[in-house]
Design a protein around this ligand. Structure first.
Ligand code: NAD
Length: 294
């Protein structure tokens, strides 16, 4: 964990204008957080509906800050004006840092990163919010891989303080420094980690989910396990957390972890989480997972 004033931040070039690619769950949250903390951000998507949803969510979150008395309506208007929605790369020439947050598909990410690299300035830092794709792998097609690193936020962005800054083999100190500085500017706690399957958080979280799944496979009641973990002091138990993460995301990330660490993470047959996924119990995103959400 790098403390304030670490070697990274001393080298950080100013990050005053940014952009996010994708206005979905994560892109919308990143735009809100950046705008709320005062850094202007272009929010680009390929779908107008996605942009409208992203803006609606940002407006809702800002209105909550006003309701709570943490912000005036003038400040809210100012924050909202920090988000500039766009369907094109029009103003990307002036941004200092880009966060790519499009769908988790390596081919789409490759195409988008190549496109954006062609329109930004030579010193612009490119980052990816990928959860499971290797940063070294994404850097392969870039002309300036030294300007690229991971910037992994957690969902929901406005509530989760941690940001993993992933240093690829070719990432420069300057790229890492600027990303760390931007995360701090957004009010987040950045940690710098090396590129590996699961980065840091998911390397801890997925063995935990595996342990939970094995308990359920052996007949444990998931609600009781959740209650036990809450009594242990965790804010929520594993079943509820899996409902938040989404079973599709969990199954995909588990597969990536198993491929990366076969000796520790390979599964023996289907698990309770696989069964949930196959029965389309995805969690909060489709209102039924371990729990029901009416
Ligand atoms: P999402 O499906 O909600 O949003 C993706 C958005 O990308 C959509 O609005 C889509 O229209 C847009 N898009 C697709 N192609 C595009 C292009 N060429 N240019 C611009 N926009 C494009 O997905 P999400 O959940 O926000 O995930 C985005 C990224 O964040 C993924 O890499 C995911 O792994 C990562 N992530 C997700 C979570 C999570 O819990 N949802 C957490 C951490 C990281």
């Amino acid at each position: 964990v790098k403390k304030k004033g670490s070697k990274y931040e001393k080298q950080a070039a100013p990050v005053n204008k940014t952009a996010v690619l994708g206005a979905g769950i994560m892109g919308g949250g990143i735009a809100y957080q950046s705008a709320y903390k005062g850094t202007p951000i272009l929010m680009k998507d390929i779908k107008e509906e996605a942009i409208q949803l992203g803006l609606k969510e940002a407006r809702k979150l800002l209105a909550k800050q006003v309701e709570r008395g943490k912000m005036t309506t003038e400040k809210m208007a100012e924050a909202l004006s920090n988000i500039r929605p766009s369907l094109s790369y029009g103003d990307f020439g002036e941004v200092d840092l880009v966060v790519e947050a499009v769908v988790e598909n390596p081919k789409v990410k490759d195409a988008v990163l190549t496109e954006v690299e062609g329109v930004v300035g030579e010193n612009t830092i490119l980052t990816s919010n990928t959860s499971t794709i290797s940063i070294n792998r994404l850097a392969q097609n870039l002309k300036r891989p030294e300007n690229f690193c991971g910037m992994h936020f957690f969902n929901p962005v406005h509530r989760m303080p941690l940001v993993e800054v992933i240093r690829g083999e070719k990432s420069s100190d300057a790229a890492v420094a600027a990303t760390v500085a931007y995360a701090r500017k957004m009010g987040k706690t950045p940690i710098v980690v090396n590129d590996c399957p699961g980065f840091l958080v998911n390397r801890v979280l997925f063995p935990y989910f595996g342990g939970f799944s094995a308990l359920v496979d052996h007949g444990a009641d998931f609600e009781r396990v959740d209650k036990v973990m809450e009594k242990f002091g965790w804010p929520m138990g594993p079943a509820y957390l899996l409902d938040v993460v989404g079973m599709d995301t969990a199954v995909h990330a588990q597969a990536v972890m198993a491929e990366g660490f076969p000796e520790r993470m390979a599964q023996d047959g289907k698990t309770a989480i696989d069964a949930m996924y196959e029965n389309e119990r995805l969690g909060q995103k489709n209102a039924k997972g371990f729990y029901r959400y009416e």
